[in-house]
Design a protein around this ligand. Structure first.
Ligand code: UDX
Length: 849
């Protein structure tokens, strides 16, 4: 580990530190026009100073509200004045450590920092698994001028065993004290910290004072994976532990559903004050601190707080975690980046000011971190002791006051705040470099700047574990790792079931629907989201399609309100969506019906083309997730305001040269053209066409050409909207929503007429149809939607939920049609799902079952 570290240091210094990822200029397409000046007319206030930072000016241009613009101006002015950030902070750490040995290196030339000498002493003799290094580098070289802080390493990855006498060509008089400047050399002192192996000595689940250890699981939740949250709570629940749950303010579905837990369990609480905890936002730390303060105020008695998200899951039994924490009570677990500090600072954007408003983290300029303290960071998944948390929450020390100002303006603040406080406070000897987590990093997939719309930076996310990643979890068996992330049953549920088995669940064979997974897409009580109009227009049509099918069986139903829509997977295969809706049967019975349906895919291949065999995927969808390489919009429900994306996968490119993609709108007009360059690095990719909203409703075609030969065609549906802003569309609205955007199509007249593009006469006809469609409204509009829908979706079944029917398993007859009750219908979201439902408290074991 250590030798690796030194190599990195040399490498970094040689290359100059690469701020990475984020480049000022490409954050927004609008940025192209952004001049580094503020125009008076874009502000409705007078700036309190002349804003000089280009980054701030770009942020002000991009921010939408005057409120946010003003916030950025004011903060930038304060920072420009020079008195905003603390220049120096006190370090209260007194490391209980003795120097064990020292590395000395020197610069061989101005560009390279080379390790000419290595370590005196032998790591193998180091008793402690935790050792610290401090590094001092001479100022004056282009890459230097930097004082590196102290770093601590867990001795898990074994350090080099041999040592060399330092190179004689270096005159080594480097001081070990980092406050002094060394002459062309750097030194690293290795300290033994006295912290011992973290293997529990005692097997009982007792703390030193004889009580059972009590953990607060601080769940910070986002999304709609309700059943997975229940599964997580079922696994971790014990009577003596606590759950404090924060749900992103914008996720009212999850909040509504989970709020009943508070009433059921005295040890579960939902955070009453909720934040819009955007990815990487300053609000994440604010939220964590607020939650911690709240459960301290509640008087909970606890020994550890562990934060977890909806995508975390334990990989050891809870008892093993309890044992481990009992034996190590008082220590604080955080994971450090494990590289050179300055590089971490740059990569992490810690030397930039960020400001959160409009649920966005705006980057507004450079900043200097204070002297005197050690900056540290890494993972934001932590396990902290009550003493340390109380010290932070009380916030009395000047160190904390200073850090608060810094971290209120820091990207991904929870990834550095706790580490930095630990390192520089009296708690520094309780630092353990382990976040108890194994994280499924696949940087190639996870670092695609996917949060550009939320933060002015390129961030990374770990991938979801899938069955094929099993070895990574199995390998943690003898390591002090208790959780893994990320898990999403919508991506892969099999691995979650395996993990449960691994940690001791042995009654899986008794569990109904173990392989099924349901996740809500829509709920009638949701505070309206903008996509609901499309989903509801689509679902209404599916229900009508189903009613027609039922009518052929003599079962006439009157459909009512749509209550819920779920996505349904079985054995990790997408099986379609389920619409739960009210209905009245022809005998007047009020019931709830659930309808199961599935999208049809349209792909035509030209088998005369020599390259046809290489095409694995050629499909249009939306919400493409580059990290998981799937369309999150499983049902492919697209409306005039959706952003379609073409996904292609080729098995190999035998030939080079380009392929062409043509997008044809429902009126037969060429809306966009893209070029795919064929090479081995471009086998899987996606294309976002450049077509403005609103998209013309109807059937779109996308053709793939090799020169003039059509190789593949796919079709996708843009559903017309029956609803707009939650209400039935009006005459005026359809004129705007359904008229398409052909006036802004690129000029593509240079494209040679291909068979794919309709000839003039056909095109005139299509245009005429399209023009008359624009005017459709009411039943006529619904008819249009239904004709389109039938081509793209097929109904697979219906079940019934009749509240008056006391015999849940009895069929309900409607005409000649026998409805099965949903409770006994395997695919129904109303059928039993014990793993995805909160269990009942077993008073003997204190567990949920
Ligand atoms: C990764 C790292 O694991 C994490 O340490 C780092 O902070 C961000 O990058 P990632 O998988 O990208 O995590 O983030 P995710 O788990 O989706 O979100 C992090 C936390 O923020 C979760 O608790 C999540 O529930 C919450 N969150 C995220 C919200 O509350 N709202 C959002 O919009 C996004």
């Amino acid at each position: 580990h250590n030798s690796l570290h030194l190599n990195n240091l040399a490498e970094v210094s040689a290359r100059r530190i690469n701020p990475g990822i984020s480049d000022d200029e490409d954050l927004s397409p609008r940025n192209q026009q952004n001049k580094a000046v503020l125009r008076k007319e874009e502000l409705d206030f007078i700036p309190i100073c002349e804003v000089k930072s280009r980054e701030a000016i770009s942020a002000i241009h991009r921010a939408k509200s005057q409120f946010c613009k003003q916030l950025i101006v004011n903060k930038t002015c304060l920072i420009q004045d020079g008195n905003f950030y603390p220049q120096e902070l006190n370090n209260y750490c007194k490391l209980n450590a003795k120097i064990f040995g020292r590395h000395i290196g020197c610069y061989s030339d101005e560009k390279k920092l080379r390790l000419l000498s290595s370590f005196y002493g032998n790591y193998a003799n180091l008793n402690s698994p935790l050792y610290c290094l401090d590094i001092c580098v001479q100022a004056g070289f282009p890459y230097a001028g930097v004082q590196y802080g102290t770093e601590c390493f867990c001795g898990e990855e074994s350090p080099p065993e041999t040592s060399k006498i330092p190179d004689k060509s270096c005159d080594m008089k480097c001081p070990g004290d980092i406050s002094q400047v060394c002459g062309g050399y750097f030194t690293m002192n290795v300290y033994e910290t006295g912290l011992h192996k973290f293997i529990p000595q005692t097997p009982e689940i007792k703390t030193q004072d004889g009580k059972s250890i009590r953990i607060v699981f601080l769940l910070t939740l986002n999304g709609r994976a309700l059943r997975q949250v229940y599964r997580l709570i079922n696994t971790l629940y014990r009577k003596n532990h606590y759950f404090y749950i924060h749900i992103d303010k914008r996720q009212d579905y999850l909040h509504r559903k989970l709020s009943s837990l508070e009433k059921q369990f005295p040890n579960i609480r939902l955070a009453p004050v909720r934040f819009s905890t955007i990815w990487g936002g300053a609000s994440l730390l604010k939220m964590l601190l607020n939650c911690m303060k709240d459960f301290i105020d509640l008087g909970w008695e606890w020994d550890y707080v562990i934060n977890l998200s909806e995508s975390d899951f334990p990989i050891k039994s809870l008892e093993e975690l309890e044992n481990f924490l009992s034996a190590n009570k008082g220590l604080n677990f955080v994971k450090s980046h494990g590289r050179e500090v300055q590089r971490f600072i740059k990569k992490q954007g810690l030397d930039k000011t960020f400001l959160e408003c409009e649920t966005h983290m705006w980057r507004i300029g450079e900043r200097k971190l204070p002297r005197g303290i050690t900056i540290d960071g890494g993972s934001d998944w932590v396990a902290l002791s009550p003493d340390f948390v109380s010290y932070i929450i009380e916030g009395k020390q000047d160190l904390l006051k200073g850090l608060e100002i810094i971290f209120e303006h820091t990207l991904l603040p929870a990834e550095s705040f706790f580490h930095t406080v630990l390192r520089n406070s009296k708690f520094c000897n309780t630092y353990v470099d382990n976040n108890l987590h194994v994280t499924n990093w696949k940087r190639k997939l996870g670092c695609k700047c996917q949060y550009k719309h939320v933060v002015d930076w390129c961030g990374c996310s770990p991938n979801d574990f899938r069955t094929e990643d099993w070895a990574k979890i199995q390998n943690t068996l003898n390591r002090q790792l208790f959780f893994a992330r990320k898990f999403e049953p919508i991506i892969n549920q099999e691995i979650i079931t395996r993990v449960e088995q691994f940690i001791g669940v042995n009654d899986h064979y008794l569990i109904n629907n173990l392989e099924a997974y349901w996740q809500s897409i829509y709920d009638t009580n949701d505070l309206t989201a903008s996509t609901d109009d499309t989903v509801l227009s689509h679902a209404g049509s599916i229900i009508r399609q189903n009613s027609k099918i039922l009518a052929t069986e003599g079962c006439d139903i009157k459909s009512g309100e749509i209550l819920e829509i779920h996505l349904y997977k079985y054995a990790d295969v997408y099986k379609g969506n389920l619409i739960l809706h009210k209905a009245v049967l022809n005998n007047g019975l009020n019931v709830v019906i659930e309808t199961w349906y599935k999208p049809k895919h349209h792909l035509e291949l030209n088998f005369n083309s020599p390259i046809v065999d290489y095409i694995k995927t050629f499909r249009v969808g939306s919400d493409y997730d580059q990290k998981e390489m799937i369309f999150r919009n499983f049902g492919g429900i697209l409306g005039p305001f959706s952003d379609p994306v073409l996904l292609y996968q080729f098995s190999s490119h035998k030939q080079s040269g380009n392929l062409t993609v043509l997008w044809l709108d429902p009126a037969g007009m060429l809306a966009d053209v893209n070029i795919i360059s064929r090479d081995e690095n471009n086998l899987t990719n996606f294309i976002k066409p450049n077509i403005r909203h609103p998209l013309l409703p109807g059937v779109w075609k996308v053709g793939l050409f090799e020169q003039t030969t059509l190789v593949a065609v796919t079709k996708f549906l843009i559903t017309p909207l029956e609803y707009f802003s939650g209400k039935e569309v009006s005459h005026q609205e359809v004129g705007l929503i359904h008229s398409g955007s052909h006036n802004s199509y690129r000029n593509l007249t240079n494209i040679k007429p291909l068979k794919f593009v309709p000839a003039k006469e056909e095109s005139l006809l299509l245009e005429e149809v399209s023009n008359s469609n624009i005017k459709r409204i009411g039943n006529d509009l619904r008819e249009w939607i239904d004709i389109l829908n039938i081509e793209f979706y097929s109904i697979l079944g219906s079940c019934i939920n009749d509240s008056k029917n006391t015999h849940e398993s009895e069929k309900v007859l409607c005409g000649n049609y026998h409805f099965n009750p949903c409770a006994v219908t395997e695919w129904s979201s109303l059928s039993p799902d014990p793993k995805g439902t909160i269990g009942k408290l077993d008073i003997h074991t204190g567990r949920l079952k």
